[in-house]
Design a binder for this molecule. Structure first.
Ligand code: DHB
Length: 315
């Protein structure tokens, strides 16, 4: 019922985890694999291990929103490509996320990732708002084109049969959607676009302390959770309208229920990723949300998620 195809891959469920919370260790990846998740996606990696920004760097208001400025703490790409990490995903497609400090780092990590047989797919993160001194790549359209030009020319990726996609920041205005999609459409190496990453540079205040709730970047961090769900739906809908049909849209942002997944499917998502809810609830969220989606599909008389995709009705 939830089976879907993403580029060259078949996923037994269209629901899996977002890169970010609870994805940084072999142990965490194993727990995702043991749940109903349809794939296992690792934490965004840099070339070398790094500890990230100063603490406190996360804030949560359950059922409302979360804020983070972690600054990409991760164990380095070698860890996520090692046999232990690949094995943690078990029989599920294992995906890695690359978020290098610069294009050369991303290309070097791409070379390593395509060489590992057990890696089924690669997500290139063009949307991290939290690395101090580095603007969000996909808000700079010249840089977006330059990155994709270099990736497309990467001989290892061209020769590989792996899934390849990009993680995008949210856009908020028609011309920005159109420009981003038009650039992405030029590159046939892109199998999917995952929309959205956090809404960058939000600010939460601790009223008692009269201070920002988190320390890095004077309190500015990426907003996630239910508060961003509506922005995420709009981005999925717009990207689906504007991208070539050969490029799948993976919906991400504030999903916390089967109904939220259903709405993403209506807007044209081929699969969905869950970040904040996984962070708060743990990997059992994949079991709960799967059961909720199956019940909803059944109640509405749908046999498969493929029958729902893009079926949002018009007024
Ligand atoms: C981090 C946050 C992101 O939104 C992202 O895409 C990558 C990394 C972080 O702060 O670790």
């Amino acid at each position: 019922m939830l089976r879907t195809s993403l580029g060259p891959l078949t996923l037994e469920s269209c629901i899996y985890n977002a890169s970010g919370p609870r994805t940084g260790s072999v142990d965490a990846l194993g727990k995702i694999a043991a749940s109903a998740a349809g794939a296992v996606l690792a934490k965004s990696a840099t070339v070398a291990e790094q500890s990230g920004n100063d603490l406190p760097r996360t804030w949560q208001a359950d059922k409302v929103a979360s804020l983070n400025s972690e600054g990409l703490p991760n164990k380095g790409i070698g860890y996520y490509l090692a046999p232990d990490a690949v094995a943690a995903a078990g029989t599920k497609p294992y995906l890695v996320s690359l978020s290098g400090h610069n294009l050369a780092d991303n290309l070097a990590m791409l070379t390593e990732a395509v060489a590992v047989e057990g890696v089924a797919g690669i997500e290139l993160n063009l949307a991290c708002p939290n690395v101090i001194g580095h603007p969000i790549i996909a808000y700079d359209f010249d840089q977006l084109r330059d990155v994709l030009t270099a990736v497309q020319a990467h001989a290892g990726l061209r020769a590989s049969d792996k899934l390849f996609g990009i993680k995008m920041p949210p856009y908020f205005d028609g011309p920005h959607f159109e420009k981003a999609a038009a650039i992405i459409n030029e590159f046939d190496c892109v199998h999917f676009v995952a929309s959205i990453n956090t809404i960058g540079n939000a600010l939460v205040i601790d009223t008692e302390a009269e201070m920002p709730a988190i320390r890095p970047k004077n309190g500015f961090g990426g907003l996630s959770g239910p508060a961003v769900k509506y922005t995420a739906l709009a981005n999925v809908k717009k990207m689906r309208e504007l991208l070539s049909p050969r490029i799948a849209v993976v919906g991400v942002g504030g999903i916390e229920s089967g109904e939220d997944v259903f709405n993403m499917l209506l807007c044209g998502a081929t699969a969905v990723q869950i970040g904040t809810c996984h962070w708060i609830e743990g990997p059992k969220c994949f079991d709960r949300i799967t059961a909720e989606l199956e019940a909803l599909l059944q109640r509405k008389g749908y046999a498969s998620v493929n029958d729902v995709r893009g079926k949002l009705r018009e007024w």
